[in-house]
Design a binder for this molecule. Sequence first.
Ligand SMILES: [Mn+2]
Length: 466
Amino acid sequence: MFSKETYVNRRAELKKLVKSGIIILFGNNESPANFPANGYYPFRQDSTFLYYFGPKRDGLVGVIDVDNDKELLIGNDIDIDDIVWYGSVDSVHDMAEHAGVKESAPMKQLQVICDNAMKEKRTIHFLPPYRHDTMIQIFDLLGIHPSKQREAASVELIKAVVKMRSTKEQQEIEEIERACAIGYKMHTTAMRVTKPGVTEKYVGGQVNGIANSYGAMVSFPTIFSQHGEIMHGNPSMAVLESGRLALCDCGGETMEHYCSDNTRTFPVNGKFTQRQLEIYSIVEDCHDLALKISKPGVKYFDVHMDVCRLMTDRLKELGLMMGDTEEAVRAGAHAMFLPHGLGHMMGMDVHDMEGLGQTYVGFDDETRPNLEQFGTNCLRMGRRLEEGFVVTDEPGIYFIPALIDEWRAKGLHKDFINYEKLETYKDFGGIRIEDDILITSDGCRFLGEERIPYHPKDVEDFMSKN
Ligand SMILES: [Mn+2]
């Protein structure tokens, strides 16, 4: 946890932003994997609850009564049976004190608080729930059916939380740097153990072990696959083959639950082929372009579009695309190769605050998501960058056989895509390079002290020496 003042100040600011009513922030509950006592391990607390209250235990709820300037931490103390199996933990009263919260109460008190607030017709603010047990809790407390809870969630509260969590404090940036240090170890481990003959799962397992050894856990399920064209390709029992590329997208989470998220794509045998280098260098230049032009005031949507234009220009040089670049990008033809956005916010959630709704997190009144166009509809972040934002820079080029077949059969974008040539790339896979960047006062910088090798020469050097 950070200092008591951190949480006191954050809640004070939240009260100012929300102005009136009563705010209920649900911590997460234990979540069973295959029988009640076998939970998904390690337990993961809700990030917004962590942000305003701090405790990492399950079964807690934070209440902030804005009108009466009162705060409570609600939860039941564990009993002797639990102590026998799990050891002692702080009482709810002590946890409240660590967060500078004056009052604590057992869980049954929450119903009383909600009943009173409803009787007095006060606004009860809660965030959109994403776990079903929380939905049942809200149903019991407020009588709102789970199917109606997303729309009943408080827009004022969502906007206030997004406003606060988007700009990272110095101590949060330091935590993210720590997560990046774990991420560095994860990725260099992947490069070390990757060789022809081992399975994807073996490499994935080694990488996950690093995250568990140095921090809380992985920040999301590790992607490690020779099929880089599958966006979320989890490790399979497939054996790594010389001549192919392996894509590794993974990150660590610190004990304070701050994340890192990087992607590297490298040759299984340690040496790129000419054809791989041609595509790789485009992704590399797109990645570096984003780093060059991202700064406060610039829309991340525009950075994404600049990257798409550069990618299209370069794919034209290779004969994979053709026609006018501007028209091709406007039509969305580049999405054949890059069907996702350039990046997303990152913080305590690897896709920071995604559960609150992407429109609130990545967009604003000025920049609205384009839901019509394939590819562009996957943009997670489009709004203007501000100092203190942490975003990912993750361009990629993918050759997705099913997508090639589908577009070709429909005759889509045939003025911009050379399908004849594209056929010969169906066995290529995909390449993504991803880093986490902090928006500074006049530009941006990489997060993480050590750079995971990504220039082809550095990748080959590292792999030959390790
Ligand atoms: Mn990412």
